[in-house]
Design a protein around this ligand. Structure first.
Ligand code: NAI
Length: 303
């Protein structure tokens, strides 16, 4: 450490043990990816059902790899062994980094971040996987602001290479370097971005979703839009299916944050069809139906 300082280099904190808060779509994926790449991770949620779902998701990805002959039973057991599911903060005491991945609600996140900071060691890094909420806003709820930043993964975590590392105005260079190194260790391709609602990718994605909602209000058929975007335009999926994959609840919360952050450019849409689905508890793939209905068929049927 001394030598590195003298040479003017940053001593990058090594992440040997991690924790993720929330075992949902993202938390489960982050736990899997960290464990698969050799960093043990504690996965904390507030209910056992969510923990089971997180573990089942990881086991499902591993089974597919095993079926294709890419991993053996020993590796599979090793990865699952690297994930410690828990309902308590006891096991986060000795982690080097925390990735908060609970619901996209500023108040819930603020409470969870303050809570976890009181349980980890003083030099642990705390990050948030928020999609849209300003890191400086969330930083108000932590004491060690230099050790706080955004670490934004994309869905599905095991497939998407990008991680946005979001630097808040008080985040230290050491913290950014350590989070970038952890993302790289997870096999990801990190970029460092400045703070604002939606950061980089969601500044592009959410105006696209808003454009889609406007089209529907003007009478377009979501099945037709998806078909054109996918089959003719060549994107991997259309907006309706993508919203179902993201989670209608998460998308609706993100839209709210973006319209507050950019009231003119991202003005709230009256009668937004995404909000209507959320009000009807159609949350997308996570509860079996959003724009499409999901039974055993992962691609779903139009509702
Ligand atoms: P989700 O709804 O699948 O999972 C959220 C999990 O958080 C649930 O299991 C819930 O029980 C748990 N939770 C709620 N309060 C908690 C608490 N106090 N302590 C511990 N766990 C708690 O949501 P998802 O999609 O995983 O989103 C999580 C975060 O990741 C959100 O901030 C979201 O914006 C962000 N994100 C979501 C993406 C997506 O495509 N779904 C992509 C990138 C980021």
């Amino acid at each position: 450490k001394g030598k590195a300082k003298k040479a003017g280099k940053l001593a990058t904190k090594s992440v040997d043990r991690a924790a993720v808060l929330g075992a949902g779509i993202m938390g489960g994926g982050i736990a899997y990816q960290s464990a698969y790449k050799g960093t043990p991770i504690v996965m904390k949620d507030i209910n056992n059902q969510a923990l089971d779902l997180g573990l089942t998701t990881a086991a499902g990805i591993l089974s597919k790899l095993a079926d294709r002959g890419r991993i053996n039973a020993k590796k599979m057991a090793g990865v699952l062994n690297n994930i410690t599911p828990t309902l308590s903060y006891d096991s986060v005491k000795d982690v080097d980094i925390v990735v908060e991945a609970v619901v996209e609600n500023p108040k819930v996140k603020a409470a969870v971040l303050a809570e976890v900071e009181s349980h980890v060691s003083e030099d642990a890094i705390v990050t948030s996987n928020t999609s849209t909420i300003s890191i400086d806003l969330l930083a108000q709820s932590v004491k060690r602001k230099d050790k706080f930043c955004g670490m934004h993964f994309f869905n599905p975590v095991h497939k998407m290479p990008l991680v946005e590392v979001i630097r808040g105005s008080e985040t230290s260079d050491e913290t950014v370097a350590a989070v970038v190194a952890y993302a790289a260790k997870m096999g990801k391709s990190p970029i460092v971005v400045n703070d604002c609602p939606g950061f980089y990718i969601n500044r592009v994605l959410f105006p696209y979703f808003a454009g889609f909602s406007q089209l529907l209000l003007e009478g377009a058929d979501f099945v037709a839009v998806d078909k054109v975007m996918e089959k003719q335009f060549g994107w991997p999926m259309g907006p309706a299916y993508l919203l179902d994959v993201v989670g209608i609840d998460t998308a609706d919360h993100c839209t709210g944050v973006m319209s507050e952050g950019f009231p003119t450019r991202m003005a709230k849409i009256t009668n937004d069809p995404v909000s209507a689905l959320y009000q009807a508890d159609r949350l997308g793939q996570k509860n079996g139906g959003g724009f499409f209905d999901y039974g055993k068929d992962k691609r779903g049927k139009p509702t």
